[in-house]
Ligand binder design. Structure first.
Ligand code: IPM
Ligand code: SF4
Length: 474
């Protein structure tokens, strides 16, 4: 029978059918970070269990770790030191590979896993983190789990799961210059709502996806969870293979050839049937920006906030009104032009080398507006070193951006009292969540691509990078 790409991976990993729709699935790779990882390791230790396959398990520190230059193993998050201490003390004795503070392989889990070739096509991959779906971009089944599932996987190298339905999203047409993967996923979520992908293993397909480099594919899959999806994936192709070749944990020599031959068999059979199909035309897609408190509150940058009363469902009408009140924006207001006091380029959505290159191309020869705190936090130490080797850090610094060490940083810590923007700030961010208080108390976060964030930092207000006059060298 014809099978989809997802069904092929699924079939290859079922250990047992447990009945009532539940399956026992083998886990090929398991990543831990200091927040959820500390909890699952503590559980394992308190029950005196051993880790079944430490060689398939990896750990790093990213969430609460300070990102200012010259940091030590410190955090601003109240109680964060407990996570750092518990995690770093407990991980070593289990023989799990750990990329700590001074390891060039340290960084946000979802950024380092593909960079290291620790996630490969056809694999199953979990982490106690909702954005684990990011790494499905290399052609894997990757999903976020709770700390008890992570504990279960540490002890058994398996997870219990119901089989998700399959959804193919066809991004048709070609992207116009200045329009990026972030715009694709924001527009998709706005079109089909933040629950549009609920219950599905999502495969992103179509011409616009095929021509995206790996960093853009990772951005797409990162926000599959903001779409409600169990996972986001892109079937592997030549771009995937070229990206993975010679990475630290990628197969080498003959093993590489054998692996690629297998990976080529993974794409969906031509007559495979998906449970659902969605479509988004990329040829007319504009850069996106959010106005409210959900990624679903996304609009083309030149358009105005829609009337909450136009939403079909009462729940959506209510949540849009609440979001409008929180964001202090009214129906008919333009988002472009709203003054900002903060700009953040970072997070597992958009902190990879392509993101930093694209933002630097906008920042080169320009200055961040007075009154704007602009911060760039590369997603991994390796990305930071690569950017520095290319001189991108200088461009960021000369423009007036802070250039930080790798980690999650201002992406979420506002909600937990860690690194955050000041109360009431309006900021633009390359992150994935614009929830209330996410980046600080009553901070209003507008989500956009790194180029839109860079252009806005320069303008001091939400701006369209395509409107910038050329500068010398640009
Ligand atoms: C702390 C962690 C468990 C959390 C998540 O699961 O997503 C974080 O990464 C986030 O983005 O809010
Ligand atoms: S960068 Fe943000 S969204 Fe990504 S894992 Fe870290 S806190 Fe979560």
């Amino acid at each position: 029978m014809a099978r989809t790409f997802f069904e092929k991976i699924w079939d290859d990993h079922v250990v047992a059918d447990l009945g009532d729709g539940a399956f026992l699935i083998h886990i090929d790779r398991h990543f831990l970070h200091e927040v959820s990882g500390a909890v699952s390791l503590k559980e394992i230790d308190s029950r005196q269990r051993t880790v079944r396959n430490p060689e398939l398990t990896f750990g790093t520190v990213d969430h609460v770790l300070e990102t200012v230059p010259g940091r030590g193993m410190t955090t601003r998050m109240p109680g964060g030191n407990d996570f750092l201490r518990e995690f770093t003390e407990r991980i070593g004795p289990h023989g799990i590979r750990f990329f700590g503070l001074d390891d060039p392989r340290q960084g946000i889990v979802h950024v380092i896993a593909p960079e290291l070739g620790a996630i490969l096509p056809g694999m199953t991959f979990i982490c106690g983190d909702s954005h684990t779906c990011t790494v499905g971009a290399v052609g894997a089944f990757a999903w976020g789990v709770g700390s008890s599932d992570s504990e279960h996987a540490l002890a058994t190298q398996t997870a219990i799961l119901t089989k998700p339905k399959t959804l193919r999203v066809n991004f048709t047409g070609k992207l116009a210059p200045g329009v990026h993967a972030k715009d694709m996923i924001l527009a998709l979520i706005a079109k089909y709502t933040a629950n549009g992908g609920t219950g599905y293993a999502i495969e992103f397909a179509g011409e616009a996806v095929r021509s995206l480099p790996m960093d853009g594919r990772l951005t797409l899959c990162n926000m599959a969870v903001e779409f409600g999806g169990r996972t986001g994936t892109v079937a592997p192709d030549e771009i995937t293979f070229a990206y993975l070749k010679d990475r630290e944990f990628s197969p080498k020599g003959d093993d590489w050839d054998i692996a690629v031959a297998y990976w080529r068999t993974l794409a969906s059979d031509p007559d495979a049937v998906y449970d659902m199909e969605y479509e988004l035309d990329c040829s007319t897609l504009e850069p996106q920006v959010t106005w409210g408190t959900s990624p679903e509150h996304s609009i083309a940058i030149g358009s105005v906030m829609p009337d909450p009363q136009d939403a079909a469902e009462a729940v959506a009408r209510h949540s849009r009104q609440r979001a409008a009140d929180y964001a202090e924006i009214a129906p008919g207001d333009a988002v472009k032009g709203l003054p900002i006091s903060g700009a953040f380029i970072g997070s597992c959505t958009n902190s990879r080398i392509d993101d930093l290159r694209a933002a630097a191309a906008i920042l080169k020869g320009r200055k961040v507006a007075d009154g704007v705190t602009a911060i760039c936090v590369p997603g991994s130490t390796a990305t930071k070193l690569q950017a520095e080797a290319e001189g991108l850090d200088l461009i960021f610094r000369q423009a007036g951006f802070e250039w930080r060490e790798a980690g999650c940083s201002l992406c979420m810590s506002g909600a937990t009292g860690g690194e955050s923007f000041p109360r009431d700030a309006r900021v633009i961010a390359s992150t994935n969540r614009n929830f209330e208080d996410r980046q600080g108390p009553h901070v209003r976060s507008h989500l956009a691509s790194p180029v839109t964030v860079a252009a806005s930092a320069i303008a001091g207000r939400i701006a369209d990078a395509r409107d910038l006059a050329p500068t010398e060298g640009n």
